[in-house]
Design a protein around this ligand. Structure first.
Ligand code: ATP
Length: 530
């Protein structure tokens, strides 16, 4: 049985500022009803949401930025009570909102899924954890992405466990109980988490153990601040990002495999829906905007209306412009390493790019489409030495039009390391040298020009440039020149008795320069540029 909260509504315009709304919403017993263009109440806001929002410096933003969509009660529809929230009128024609607090309705046991999708050694390590927790009567759960992946029948690598007590104490207990096979790798006092490693028949199985915790955010995209650890599992669940990532699976022997799903994650996973848990979610942590994109691409899912509307409102308000930061970078990396044209196109069309640089002009003709980048990276996949750096090709393409200062600012905000920065700048340099490239007389010059650039930067330039001659030079360099020079000339040197060593490169360069004619003769086609 579900429980309901019923609150009378004070109607307000959706443009009213948060500050003004706070003055109107004087009591916890009432809610604000947000009026749409037709003067219908289509969303509501609770005082607790306004109080949370006003902790950030956003008091002049419109109330709709934290509103939760709701339907109007329709006496002819039986489905009313299946909606999470709806607005109705009482006998005196006063509006009120009904908020449904869902209880877990379906009983699901995941043991069969778990057995099928987890490798034997991970299962063995989890068994040790369950056994130890049982001995001390400690509730223990598998949580987050691992539960989601088990339901989806995908292989799970990261094992995240949570206990409703101190994770560090439990890690010490595991070590004491299984001294020969369990070691503590790391402990983080601030979050009360620990990483343990089990040696299962010679293979090391890492397990992350966390204490259930209640969190808050000091400012958007900051690392969460821990308010309490060892709290109720429900509190730990509601600090998470999306319903599909907010499920737990009991690991204690008697209830092993039971799914704990307070927020409807199981249904959302089945219906391919990405849904945030509360209207303050993106303001608390804007990195969730990129995470939503990542999961929607990875699981071929859609953001529900509520989530999409709040994302749009937050981005439109500009509060996240140029936010950057290590966590945004990390999510950007994971999302773009999926090598998805859709992720790139949606990053631009849905204005998510504003988190990285508000100066990007998504309508610019110089910014290539996702499809072009994917085709190019797929075609030259064998030339990319480190696939983990692919995301930089996408980032560089978005920056194609930015001036140097804006690129530098974005690099600084994203905290790019020196290699990442060099790759981006190098791509930009190729594009800026268009005239020089077009003046080149010989393929050797082309070789010499590209030789000092990174493959990722060259692919970035290939995706951006519209010039057919430059495209053909790049293709020729990637497919032929870069190998021919080294192979042919290097082989010749070895045949002549030179030993490969530090001097080898210098000799090669001199020979290449001196024997440009013969070098060119060895390249199969088109020796000279027309
Ligand atoms: P992946 O398969 O990409 O690793 P994951 O869901 O395991 O997916 P992690 O980044 O490892 O992702 O996070 C583990 C869990 O921590 C998530 O499932 C989610 O419950 C929670 N989490 C991670 N990032 C956030 C966030 N920004 N806000 C709230 N909860 C988060």
């Amino acid at each position: 049985m579900s429980k309901y909260i019923i609150k009378k509504i004070i109607p307000v315009d959706n443009n009213l500022s948060l500050k003004d709304c706070q003055k109107i919403l004087f009591s916890n017993d009432v809610a604000l009803g947000i009026l749409d263009e037709n003067r219908d109440i289509s969303a509501y806001v609770l005082s607790e949401h306004i109080d949370r929002a006003l902790r950030f410096d956003i008091e002049n933003l419109p109330i709709r930025i934290i509103s939760t969509e709701c339907k109007n009660y329709n006496p002819h529809l039986e489905e009313n009570f299946r909606e999470d929230y709806f607005v109705a009128k009482d006998s005196k024609d006063v509006d009120y909102v009904v908020i449904t607090l869902k209880e877990q309705e379906v009983f699901v046991n995941l043991k069969a899924h778990y057995k099928k999708n987890l490798c034997e050694k991970s299962k063995k390590a989890i068994e040790f954890c369950s056994e130890a927790a049982d001995k001390i009567n400690l509730p223990i759960y598998l949580i987050g992405g691992a539960v989601r992946d088990i339901i989806l029948e995908k292989d799970t690598c990261d094992i995240d466990i949570t206990v409703t007590d101190s994770a560090i104490n439990f890690a010490n207990y595991l070590k004491k109980t299984y001294p020969d096979i369990c070691a503590i790798k790391d402990c983080y006092e601030d979050f009360n988490t620990a990483k343990v490693v089990f040696d299962i028949e010679g293979e090391l199985v890492p397990i992350d153990i966390a204490s259930t915790r209640l969190e808050g955010y000091a400012f958007p995209a900051s690392l969460p601040v821990v308010k309490e650890t060892g709290c109720d599992l429900k509190e730990d669940i509601i600090r998470r990002d999306f319903t599909i990532n907010s499920m737990a699976m009991s690991l204690n022997t008697k209830v092993f495999g039971n799914l704990i799903d307070y927020l409807g994650g199981f249904d959302d996973l089945r219906h391919k829906t990405i849904k945030i848990l509360h209207p303050m979610s993106f303001i608390d942590d804007p990195t969730r905007i990129i995470r939503a994109l990542k999961f929607s691409i990875r699981f071929d899912s859609k953001l529900d209306n509520f989530t999409q509307n709040l994302q749009d409102e937050c981005l439109k308000s500009r509060i996240f412009d140029d936010l950057g930061g290590e966590r945004i970078k990390s999510e950007f990396k994971q999302t773009f390493n999926l090598n998805s044209a859709e992720a790139y196109d949606r990053f631009l069309t849905e204005d998510i790019y504003r988190l990285v640089s508000s100066k990007i002009d998504k309508k610019s003709h110089n910014i290539p489409q996702g499809k072009t980048i994917v085709e190019i990276t797929d075609k030259h996949i064998n030339h990319i030495k480190n696939p983990d750096l692919r995301w930089l090709i996408y980032l560089g393409c978005m920056f194609a039009d930015l001036d140097g200062d804006d690129v530098s600012l974005a690099i600084k905000k994203l905290n790019l390391n020196s290699l990442e920065t060099k790759i981006l700048i190098s791509g930009n340099t190729i594009l800026k040298n268009k005239d020089r490239l077009l003046e080149m007389q010989t393929m050797f010059e082309v070789y010499e020009f590209f030789e000092c650039h990174f493959t990722e930067s060259i692919l970035m330039a290939l995706a951006v440039t519209k010039d057919e001659t430059i495209k053909s030079y790049i293709e020729k360099y990637l497919n032929e020149l870069q190998f021919e020079t080294i192979n042919t000339t290097g082989r010749t040197l070895i045949e002549k008795g030179f030993q490969p060593g530090p001097e080898f490169g210098y000799i090669l360069r001199d020979i290449l320069k001196e024997n440009e004619e013969s070098f060119l003769a060895q390249i199969s086609q088109a020796n000279y540029v027309d």
